[in-house]
Design a protein around this ligand. Structure first.
Ligand SMILES: NC(=O)c1ccc[n+]([C@@H]2O[C@H](COP(=O)([O-])OP(=O)(O)OC[C@H]3O[C@@H](n4cnc5c(N)ncnc54)[C@H](OP(=O)(O)O)[C@@H]3O)[C@@H](O)[C@H]2O)c1
Length: 229
């Protein structure tokens, strides 16, 4: 008998995280998701926890609640993200709070969430950690401005690679993954992809991820080489 895989998605009250949670629930994952201030109105098939990823106590409380219910976790998706700066802001117009918000959410948030989830992931037979990255993180393909957002996602990529190396012997798969340009509050209305399309491609990739992918920077189809570190 096939067991139902379990997943936890951060920042899932709207945008890509919300669509991914809906898609996972529809495809028979045991689906757990987090919100910062209030859960979406219809979420009966999704188990929601409150979690501001920048607050370590809240992250630990949510993970303790998940442990009570599940005892293990197969897939962690660190999706919570912010893009506070105007995309064309020049360096001398950058505000310190944009650096703080992006680093706190993407880097410190990843540290809190992954650290708290680790004991649950270690109980899985196929543990996978997926950090939502972006083409804007790339150093080798750098273009445009987006300094705070891009640098914070590059730092998240660095963490991803490091953890993949540290945990390879334990069989924990850790990847960076870019969802593509998606029509959300962050991506804007001119983006290429509907959130439901991005979520459906992502869900398929999450199911197929294994230790052979660890340490890679993937696109939403699980393909390497589209995005570069
Ligand atoms: N959309 C794109 O084209 C695109 C492209 C490349 C990468 N990405 C990445 O994909 C991920 C999702 O993006 P999106 O387009 O869905 O963005 P979005 O529509 O702006 O949604 C962002 C989500 O993150 C949550 N969040 C922000 N800060 C948080 C915090 N401190 N604690 C917990 N949750 C927090 C938000 O919750 P609140 O409602 O409480 O603010 C919201 O649920 C992000 O990591 C983003 O960088 C997106």
């Amino acid at each position: 008998m096939q067991t139902v895989p379990s997943i936890l998605i951060t920042g899932a009250n709207r945008g890509i995280g919300r669509e991914l949670a809906l898609c996972c629930a529809k495809n028979n994952w045991s689906t757990h998701a987090t919100f910062r201030t209030s859960p979406p109105a219809t979420s009966s098939e999704i188990d929601y926890f409150q979690m501001d990823v920048t607050l370590e106590n809240q992250v630990c409380d949510a993970m303790a609640a998940l442990k009570e219910k599940m005892g293990h976790l197969d897939v962690l998706v660190h999706n919570a993200g912010v893009f506070p700066e105007p995309t064309d802001a020049p360096f001398d117009a950058l505000k310190p709070e944009w650096w703080e918000q992006t680093y706190q959410t993407h880097v410190l948030g990843a540290f809190y969430v992954i650290k708290a989830a680790l004991p649950l992931l270690r109980k899985s037979t196929s543990p996978r950690i997926v950090n939502l990255s972006s083409g804007a993180s790339s150093i080798t393909q750098r273009s445009g401005r987006r300094y705070a957002y891009g640098a914070s996602k590059a730092a998240l990529n660095h963490l991803t690679r490091g953890l993949a190396q540290e945990w390879e012997h334990e069989g924990i798969c850790v990847v960076a993954l870019s969802p593509g340009w998606v029509k959300t509050d962050m991506g804007g209305s001119k983006a290429e992809l509907e959130p439901s399309q991005a979520a459906s491609d992502l869900e398929r990739t999450l199911r197929q991820l294994n230790i052979s992918h660890s340490g890679k920077f993937l696109d939403r189809f699980g393909k390497e080489g589209v995005y570069h570190w």
